[in-house]
Structures are given as structure tokens and as C-alpha cells.
Design a protein around this ligand. Sequence first.
Ligand SMILES: [Zn+2]
Length: 621
Amino acid sequence: MNPKRMQVATQWSSVYVWLLTFFLLLNNIVAKAQTSASNWHFDVAMAQPATHMYHVTFRCPTGNVPTLTLKMPAWTPGYYQMMNYAANVDNVRVTDESEKALAWKKTGNSTWVVQTGSAKQLVFTYDVKATRNFVASPYLDENKGYISPAGLFVHVVNQLKQPVTITLHPSTEWPDLIATGLDSIPGQRHTFTAPDFDVLYDSPILMGKLEQLPAFTVGGVPHYFVGYNMGDFDRQQFIADLKKIVESSVAVIGDIPYKHYTFLAIGPGGGGIEHLNSTSISFSGAGLDKPAGRLRMYSFLTHEYFHHYNVKRIRPIALGPFDYEHENRTNMLWVSEGLTVYYEYLILRRAELMSQDDVLNTWQSMMTSFENKPGRLHQSATQASYETWEDGPFGRTGDDAYKSISYYEKGAILGVLLDLTIRHATQNKKSLDDVMRTLYQTYYRTQNRGFTDDEFRSVCEKTAGTSLAKVFEYTSTVKPIDYANYLAYAGLNLTDNVQAQPGGWLGVATRAKGDSVFVTSVDWESPAWKAGVRTGDQLLLIDDQVATVAAIQALSQTKVAGDTVTLQLLQQGQPDTKSIQLGTKKVRQLKLTRQSAPTALQSAILADWLRGTHASLKPKH
Ligand SMILES: [Zn+2]
């Protein structure tokens, strides 16, 4: 026998053995998957989508315990507000495997306790009313079905780690297209699998009269964009730009942690929520042909996409694994949200979808906006994070608006300070990118957990090689920010002008409802505020003339500071007359300009900070 030939034969036979082992293993895995599929399973039907009603059937083994407690989450990861999803649940029916009714009762607004008796399997069916067309709520009509999973799927208490499968039964009128980050089960129609309920709750699903844009790959990983009612726009250009956004985002961290990623565009509207390997976004392509509209949409998409790193994987310890019943509080939404806003613009710049001046103008607008709001004197970034469950996603509204800030806005500003300080302290050898990569590798890849407040600060300081006490003081206090000091690291000057606005200032905004005029907001410490005018007051007369929205707006033209106006109004139904001396409205305008003779280090920091080459696709340091 030819030894050479024999060697080849031996190699082949070992391949056969290996393949055989592989197929046996695969069989085993498939068998296990099928067992679990029959064990923990949801069927989601929507026979009459126009009625906005999902019909859900959940099956799971009882495990031979006498009672099982089921819960519906009270909120969804990514939207830090209590949603009380169970209020939409109705028509609950509980049986065993042979359709024999089991006794159950509600023991809280999101909790059902079932007496399982000798049942082997629990069959829990319920309807979910889905009328709110919003990224954080399930929605259904004759055109589309959107599943915000925390609002549709129940779980068994202490069993969140169970693998689960879902079979959807979409309207037969719809194209055969379902968008989700979940893996589909080959050969099983409209059936998907989640390794546990945490992944299920982090994987929205979109069905309906959808359109799929051309898929693209980054690092060999496919990315999909599927949407409803997306409007007219240049789809090819859009996908080419989106690919650049994904590439430039990936380049920050240098690792893609998922096998596929899907953008779920649920239709025109407002809002987006990040998920593990998908995002739900309100989307219309209609504004993409104008620079401002394009920048708004691209920064939004960048934000939601970059979140799959910053907050889903680079995350504060309180943000996962989640408690779906209670508020999950953290001091660090300024990191998870604010630094994500900060990266929107760095990434768009690196993708060459913004110019350097665009980025500088963005920081300038953000700083100006922040400095003109009184919340900066009342609430720190860490407080705003912690209190968001009460304050609302963007801070308080109405007469309390002055007491709170947006951690999106201040967090992004803190990103500028942190990044420039690290660059300055390291002779531009390190940056906030290094912080993000270290957090990702240490806490996500190595330890698979979130980081504490102290650990976050420690990574920042180790990267900078020095104390960052001054920057961190700005995170937890309302101390006025010394912008000029930090911007100078990049060779930028800051001018801060206070401009007196012409005309008399009352300080109210109003809206007409029928023939009546109501106050919609009152500027804090304005003449109207000091006189006790408040949101919701009904204005009757202004200087004995019938109050109109136009008459209020005209005060800035017809009166000057020092003039008096007399308002007759109804406050909480009680008539009141107020004589108010008008003041002068003052607006701060911050302006960033380049220094005329920057040092070599300042120039290097500015150039690298706002670099815009596709060469940036590889992590720099
Ligand atoms: Zn966000």
C-alpha cells in the first residue's frame, strides 16, 4: 500500500469519525431543543388584528409544585418608566394539559397564582389589548403587529433562566416577513427561540406590511433593516450610510458580540429603544433628503445602535439582570445615555457623515441649551439618573421642570470633559474610547457583569493615569462647569455672552383650547412665575382685552421692561387678578472657536478627537 495514500485514507477516516460524532451531538442538541420547545412555549395569535387584540397561549411544565406564580413585567429594559403592562391583560384562562380548568387568583396587579393540583402542564391563555403605537408598548392593527415583549409575555417567578420558544400566527394578509433579533428555528414556521426570558424580554418582534431594505454585513455579520410605512427616500444611499455608522461604531470597541442585528422601524413617530441585537425605532425616511433631517435621523440611529455596547453590555451593575417588577435604579444613566449621545457625534464624524464644524456646533448648541435651563442649578447628573423613574425620561415637566435636568444632555457634556481630560493627561495617547474598550473587556467579556460607580471611575482614572476628581465632581454636584478649561485642551476658545432680548418679558407660553387660553408653561423666576401664574391657569383678560395666544406673544413687541400688564385669570377654578411688571429676558450664548496659535498637543488632540477618516475603522490605540 502506498504509504502516502494510506495516510490520506487515515485522515479521511478520522474526518468521518469526527463528522459522525458531530451529527450525533447535533441530533442530541436538536432533540433537546425540541423537548424544551414543547416545555416552555408561547403561541401568539392575532386572528382579527383590527381589534388590537393579541391572544397568547403559554405552556410550561408545572414541575409538580402545588402552586405556580406568574408575572407580567411592569416595565421594559431601555425605557425606565413603570408601564403597568398587566393592565392590558384580560380574559385569563388556566387549564392543565387536558384542558381541565385550574384554580387561580390575582394577588397583585401583575401577578397570578395558579393551584396546579396534579397537572403536569400549565396552559395559561390571555388576551392583550395593544392600542398604544409606541416602541415601549405592544401594538396591533390590520397593517402591523409590534411586540414589545415585556408587554406581552408572562413568566413564572424564579424561572427566568428557562429556554423558551415562540410561535407567531400573523395575519395571512401580511407578507411572510418577521423582523426580530431572536433566532428562528429552521423548519418550524414563524417559530423563534430564546435561551432565557431575559433575552426574550430584550427581543422585540415586528410583523405586518413590512419592507426589508438590502441587508449588509460588517465583519461578516449580517445587519437587517425592516420597516413599516418608511416613506420616500434614497434607500441605497441610506443603507450605504447606515453601514458606515455600524462600521464606525464597531471600530470603537473592536468586537461584534452578536450573530445578527436587526433595525425594526415601526413607523413614523417618536422614540427608540435599544436591545441586545436589535433596536425598535420610530422611523420615516421622509426627512432624509435635507441635511438637518438626515443628521437628526442618523444621530438617532447611531444612538440606538451604539447602545448595544453602551448599556446593553457596557453597563452599570443595576441594569441587568433585571428586576422586572420594580424600578431598577442607577446613578449612571448619564454614562449609559449621556455618553451614548456623546458618541453619536464622534461616530458620525468618523463615518464622515458630519464635518468637524458640525460636531463643534453640536457641542456649542448642547452647552448653550444646558446653560439656559434652570435645572442645572437644582439637580446633578447622578441624581437625574437615580430619579428618572419619577421625573420622566427627559426630566420633570410643567411647573417642576426647573428642578431637573436631562442626563442625556449633561451626560454628553460630561463626555466632552472626560474625553478631553484623558487626552490631555496622556499626551493624546489615550481617550474615552480606551475607557469604553476596557469596560467592555473587563466587565462584559471577562466578568459578564455590570460595573459599580467606583469601578467606572477607577477605569477612567487608570486610563488617564491621574485623578479625575474635578470632572467627577461635575457628575454628582450642580457646580457650574468651567468649559473653557477643558475646551482649551483641544485648542478651543469659549465665549459666553448674555444677551438681553428686546421687548417686555412676561415668561409664559399659552395655548388656545376652543375659545379659552391656557398657560402651558411658566419660565422659572420670570415675572409671571414670581406673580404666581402657573401651568394650567386659564387667562381671561389681558389689560381688559379678551386674552388670546397672539396677544400674549405680542407683549414682547408692544411693551418694554418696566411696563405693567394686568391679567385676569382662573387658577384652579378661582378668579384672580394679577398686575405684573414685565422684565427683560436674558439668554446665554456659548460659542466655540479655534485658537489662532494652538500648541502641537492641542492641535493633535483636536485633530484626533474629531478625526473623520475611514482609516479609523481599526481601534487607534
Ligand atoms: Zn438611549
